[in-house]
Design a protein. Structure first.
Ligand code: 13P
Ligand code: ZN
Length: 269
C-alpha cells in the first residue's frame, strides 16, 4: 500500500522513532490495551506535495482554539489503538493531521482515516505553547508507568517537589537527565480541557508531569528524549519501591550530594 512516508527519509525516521518508543512503552508494561498516546509536530518535515494533499476525513473539532498551530502537521497515535500494534505498524495505528486556518479544527491527510487520540486537546495545547515560546521541542508522550502511578495514590508524594526530590535522590543520573523534576497534576477527567489546561501550566516548570492516579505526560526534543525522561524517573521510582519491599524506606542521597551533582553537571535546580 502507498504511504505518505514513501520516498521521505526524514519523515520516515521520525515515525520509526515513534514506533520504537511505542515498543518500549509496551515492553515496560506501561501501555495496557490502548493506554498512552504520542504526538509529534512534523511541520518542518512537510513538503509542498504534502501541503496539497486532499483530506481523507471530515473536518473535526479539536475542542480548543490554538492560533499558534495554524497550518501545522502532526503525527498522532490513533484513539483506541494499541502501542504494541503501533510499534509494528505506525501508519495503521496512527495518522497525520493538518490543523486548519480556523485554528480550532483539523483534517486527517494520511495514510488512513484513523481518529487521533482522545488526549489530543492536551497534546495540541502543549504543542501550541511550545511554538509560542520558540521551544525546539517537537514531541509529547503520555503513558501509564506502573510505579509512578502507584506513588500518585498517596497524598504524601503529591505536594510540590516532594516526589521530585525523592526520585532525584535515588540515583545521581535522575537529576542529571531529568533536571527539571516531576510536576504534579491533581486528578482530572482523561481527555478533558481541564486536564489540558493544568498540564500546560505545569509544563512551564517541568518537562514531565504526573497525572494523579492516571499516568505521566512528557515533552521533549523528539519522542526518544521525552521517553528517556520518563524512563529515568520510573527507574528511581522502582528503586524506592524495591527498598520499601525489602522493609526500609531508602535514605536517598543527601541534599549536599544533590547540590554537588547540580554544580558538577551545571543543572538548573
Ligand atoms: P487513546 O487510545 O484515545 O489514545 O487514549 C489512551 C489514554 O491513555 C487516555 O488517557
Ligand atoms: Zn491515559
Amino acid at each position: 500500500m502507498k504511504s505518505i512516508l514513501d520516498g521521505r527519509a526524514a519523515l520516515t525516521a521520525e515515525v520509526e522513532k515513534v514506533a520504537e518508543v511505542a515498543g518500549y512503552l509496551w515492553q515496560n508494561g506501561w501501555a495496557e490495551r490502548n493506554g498512552g498516546n504520542i504526538t509529534v509536530n512534523i511541520t518542518d518535515l512537510v513538503d509542498d506535495e504534502i501541503r496539497s494533499l486532499r483530506p481523507i476525513s471530515d473536518v473535526k473539532q479539536i475542542g480548543v482554539s490554538l492560533p499558534a498551530l495554524k497550518g501545522c502537521y502532526f503525527y498522532c497515535k490513533g484513539t483506541g489503538k494499541r502501542m504494541r500494534d503501533l510499534a509494528r505498524r505506525p501508519m495503521e495505528n496512527g495518522s497525520i493531521i493538518r490543523i486548519l486556518d480556523d485554528c480550532a479544527s483539523y483534517v486527517i491527510i494520511a495514510d488512513n482515516a484513523v481518529m487521533p487520540t482522545s488526549e489530543l486537546p492536551s497534546h495540541l495545547t502543549v504543542h501550541a505553547h511550545l511554538i509560542e515560546k520558540g521551544s525546539p521541542y517537537k514531541a509529547t508522550v503520555h503513558t501509564h508507568p506502573i510505579e509512578l502511578v502507584a506513588m500518585s495514590h498517596n497524598d504524601k508524594f503529591l505536594a510540590k517537589d516532594v516526589l521530585t526530590n525523592i526520585l532525584w535522590s535515588m540515583i545521581p543520573e535522575t537529576k542529571a537527565f531529568c533536571p527539571l523534576g516531576l510536576g504534579i497534576i491533581p486528578y482530572q477527567l482523561p481527555g478533558s480541557k481541564e486536564l489540558a489546561d493544568a498540564t500546560l501550566a505545569e509544563l512551564d516548570d517541568y518537562d514531565v508531569v504526573l497525572w494523579e492516579k492516571h499516568g505521566v505526560f512528557a515533552q521533549g526534543l523528539d519522542v526518544m528524549d521525552a521517553f528517556d525522561q520518563i524512563d529515568v524517573l520510573s527507574k528511581s521510582a522502582k528503586i524506592y519501591i524495591d527498598a520499601c519491599a525489602m522493609g526500609f524506606v531508602p535514605d536517598g542521597m543527601s541534599q549536599e550530594q544533590m547540590k554537588e551533582m547540580s554544580r558538577a553537571f551545571n543543572l538548573p535546580k
